[in-house]
Design a protein around this ligand. Structure first.
Ligand code: G3P
Length: 219
């Protein structure tokens, strides 16, 4: 399982977001690998309407319908066609209370939840909320080009052990600096079910080739 976060990169905004999602769909179907895209909220509905792979939101807010100008209503993400969401990404941290509320809301709305954490202790704490997945990403490696599976394997294995000790139904992903097929294979060898990545594909000169390189190790 490969989760590609489009973040707010200009290379993955608007029409370019749709182009990138189409590339992901093509590689996913040709190679039989599960690829999930997380575009910005403004691009969600268009991409859902045009591609046949799962599309997740990058975030939603712990709010009820009503007076919350500028916030992201969970129901709006569902209406846009998203089938899952990231929660508590390193670039959009939430309180523990809000993480828990967002996981509960995700379940109520039928959204797959991926809660991000920054270390083993936080992975363990997040597992207690019983999301579908915990994704561990050491912040200092995000966007670095140095893969967590290479630089901090103990954070990955530690998170797998910690999460499974709390609830073995919670899946574990890892991310930060993942870009090559080797990075992906090493991550899977450390016990995760997939990876969460962004710059290695979004910022690549040829995103399709970057995706093909990424999946090459598991074909
Ligand atoms: O959400 C994925 C992310 O934070 C990792 O980013 O650019 O290191 O793959 P990157």
């Amino acid at each position: 399982m490969i989760v590609l976060n489009f973040k707010t990169y200009i290379e993955a905004t608007g029409r370019k977001a749709l182009e990138l999602a189409r590339v992901c769909e093509e590689v996913s179907k040709d190679k039989g690998v599960s690829i999930i895209v997380c575009p910005q909220h403004a691009d969600l509905a268009v991409i859902v309407g045009e591609v046949d792979i799962p599309v997740y939101a990058q975030h939603f807010d712990n709010i009820e319908p009503g007076s919350h100008t500028g916030w992201v209503l969970p129901e709006a993400v569902v209406e846009a066609g998203a089938s899952g969401t990231l929660i508590n990404h390193s670039e959009h941290r939430l309180s523990a209370a809000d993480i828990e509320a967002c996981v509960v809301k995700s379940k109520a709305l039928g959204l797959v939840s991926i809660v991000c954490s920054n270390n083993v202790a936080v992975s363990k704490a997040c597992a207690a909320f019983s999301p579908d997945y915990v994704a561990v990403e050491p912040p200092e490696l995000i966007g670095s080009g140095v893969s967590v599976s290479e630089a901090q394997p103990e954070v990955v294995t530690g998170s797998v052990d910690a999460v499974k000790s709390v609830n073995d139904k919670v899946g574990v992903l890892c991310g930060a600096g993942v870009s090559t097929g080797d990075d992906l294979v090493k991550a899977l060898d450390l016990g995760v079910e997939g990876v969460l990545l962004a710059s290695g594909v979004v910022k690549a000169e040829d995103p399709k080739q970057a995706l093909l390189d990424l999946v090459s190790g598991i074909l």
